[in-house]
Design a protein around this ligand. Sequence first.
Ligand code: THU
Length: 136
Amino acid sequence: MDNRELIRSALEAMKKAYTPYSDYKVGAALLTKSGKVYQGCNIENAAYTPTNCAERTAFFRAVFDGEREFDRICVVGGKHGEPVDYAAPCGVCRQVMMEFCDPETFRIILAVDEDHYSEYLLKELLPLGFGPGNLA
Ligand code: THU
């Protein structure tokens, strides 16, 4: 699975977004170390705070399926479902990544389209992250 395929998968996931309040649609495609892809979209709520981001939808679907080892995630998003710049993960989603991923190796691909993307390590987006290792 190359980055272009993962970006296509995130763009496809974005179409499922449920966003009656913001109309900001986000799609995520999470690649496990075993090569499976879990898609996620944001799911909004009339009470606002129960809204679930696309990244967390993807992680929770994967963890429910028993997956615990992740290689990278691609995130796309934009108003009306039209990405024009990067949709960077919110702080809560970065913290969820920290729970299941090694910040030194887990990569986050932020894309506008298949030809325009950047790759970051989790440790770059969440420096000095607090994770399971701190409680060991
Ligand atoms: N959103 C995500 O899905 N992922 C993020 O990391 C940032 C924000 C969603 C939540 C909400 O539905 C919309 O984008 C606007 O905040």
